[in-house]
Structure formats: C-alpha cells, structure tokens
Design a protein around this ligand. Structure first.
Ligand SMILES: C[S@@+](CC[C@H](N)C(=O)[O-])C[C@H]1O[C@@H](n2cnc3c(N)ncnc32)[C@H](O)[C@@H]1O
Ligand SMILES: [Zn+2]
Length: 269
C-alpha cells in the first residue's frame, strides 16, 4: 500500500528499511514505525500532537473511558470488512483505535496502516501493536497507493477529502468520527463561564455517498485530578484555555461528564 514520498514508486520492505525501485531508503525505527515525512515540505520541525498530548491520550484511553466508542467503531468496521481488507487509519494518534480495529479483523488476513504526522504518536502506536504498520506522514499528502484501500477511518483528525478519495478503491468505505454537540459538556462548564456546544456539521461530503450516522453517548466519571488532567491535555482546549481555566480545572478532585460521538459512514461514489 505504501509509496515512496520522493518519487512515488512502490515501497517494499527489505530488512530494517523500506526501499523504492530508485533505492530511496527509509529506515524503520526501533519501535517499528517508518518516517515518510519530507522535511522540506514540513512547516514545523515537530508537527502534530506533542509528547504531552500523546502520553495523555494514551493514559486516558487505556483506562477505557471511551470504550463505548471503540466498540461501536469496531462494529461499523466489521459491517464493511472483507477478506484481505486494506484499512488505513488516517490521523491515528497513539493507535488506541487502530489496535482495536486490528483485533476486530484479525481473522480476515487484513493489512492495516496507521498514519500520523506526529512522529511521537507513530512511535507510541508502533509500540502498542505489531499488527499494524505505523507511518509518520501527513493526511494531506499520504504516501499510499491510489485506489489501494477498502476502508479509511478518521477519528478526530484532519480531513482531506481529495486524499481519502484517491487512496480508496471504488466503492470503498470512509468512516469518520466526530465529537457530538455535548461531548465533554461538564468539563467545558468547569473551565469556561460561557461554554459552547460543538458545532453541528453538515453530513454531506463531496465525492462520497452518505450511508449513515450512529450516535454514541454516555457519561464517564473521572475519580482523580490525574485523570482529569490527562483528559484535558489531550484536547485542543488545553492550549486555548487561559490561566484561570487551568486553575479551575486543577482544583477539581473528580468530574462526571457527558461524552458523545457521531460515527459517520460514507462510500466512495
Ligand atoms: C485528536 S488526535 C486523534 C488521534 C486518534 N485518531 C484518536 O482518536 O485517538 C488528532 C491526531 O491528528 C494528528 N494530525 C494532525 N495533523 C495531521 C496531519 N496533517 N496529518 C496526519 N495527522 C495529523 C495529530 O498528531 C493527532 O495525533
Ligand atoms: Zn523513491
């Protein structure tokens, strides 16, 4: 499924590297991920989520707080999986959901790739599971063969319709997860004087046929400041909130909050 980011030729694994026919060589890191980011095309030396965000997300997700989403996502993937399915998790983060998908399709002879622009995220994901290949690359310029994927997933990650359509086979499935209106509502109420619900999005996406939306919601109870801090630092609010908001949050000893997600499913037209 992978192509060389320099010349577009097929990449094949040879020992501890990936090589293209023109001998462009990309070493596989100790953890198992491969860096296909092109330094001359990057706006920042360390793009994507930083180490604190990646570690916080791992700590929080590993405690199972979003397990209802993981289970619903896996049911959706199961409904569309085929033999020798090629699945791409675009913006996979530290691989929590990618790993759940690998477990769901383990008897299907599937090939699974997770892409994230953050090298730290790709590194953590590769340590999490060896059943998928993790690549540091941007979803806006994916080193992935055209029309090679049966399923593309995107959870809370940047959307690039053109690239997702390019890599999907005809009739391929795109599964996108977005936060619902009242996701983390009580967390926001604890931090902001006037919290806003998340914007409701138009489900239509150019080039895709919309197959359906599933709403997944529940309530979680965080019994410690440590878990609240882990949740907060994995959200974009962490960097958007002023000192007062941070202080309010630090004073909390526990938190019960609504969580809500929408799983949107599309087919490449
Ligand atoms: C909110 S996190 C979600 C991670 C994962 N999907 C999950 O739900 O746990 C968004 C991820 O998108 C990654 N990201 C941001 N910009 C990206 C880009 N242009 N290409 C690929 N990944 C990107 C970040 O590094 C981060 O890991
Ligand atoms: Zn090449």
């Amino acid at each position: 499924m992978l192509i060389c980011p320099k010349c577009g030729g097929s990449l094949a694994r040879e020992g501890k590297s990936f090589l293209c026919p023109q001998k462009h060589c990309f070493d596989i890191a100790k953890s198992g991920y491969v860096n296909l980011l092109q330094s001359n095309k990057m706006n920042s030396a360390l793009p994507g989520d930083n180490k604190l965000m990646v570690q916080s997300r791992k700590k929080f997700l590993d405690k199972g707080y979003y397990v209802i989403l993981a289970e619903a996502l896996c049911r959706t993937v199961s409904a569309h999986v085929c033999e020798e399915c090629r699945i791409l998790d675009a913006g996979c983060g530290e691989g929590y959901y990618t790993e759940k998908i690998t477990e769901t399709v383990k008897d299907m002879n599937a090939e699974i790739i997770g892409i994230d622009i953050s090298k730290t995220a790709a590194d953590y994901a590769a340590r999490r599971t060896k059943s998928a290949l993790f690549v540091a690359a941007s979803v806006f310029n994916m080193p992935v063969k055209s029309e090679s994927c049966n399923i593309v997933t995107s959870l809370f990650a940047p959307y690039c319709g053109e690239e997702f359509l390019r890599v999907l086979k005809r009739g391929g499935i795109f599964i996108m997860v977005i936060p619902a209106e009242r996701h983390l509502w009580q967390l926001k109420c604890s931090v902001y004087d006037e919290p806003y619900p998340n914007a409701v999005k138009d489900y239509r996406l150019d080039g895709f046929e919309f197959l359906g939306a599933e709403k997944v919601s529940g309530e979680i109870f965080l019994p410690s400041g440590e878990d609240i801090a882990a949740l907060f630092s994995m959200t974009p609010y962490f960097y958007k909130t002023g000192a007062e908001g941070h202080e309010r949050l630090e004073r909390l000893e526990s938190l019960a909050t609504e969580i809500g997600f929408e799983i949107l499913t599309y087919k490449k037209a």
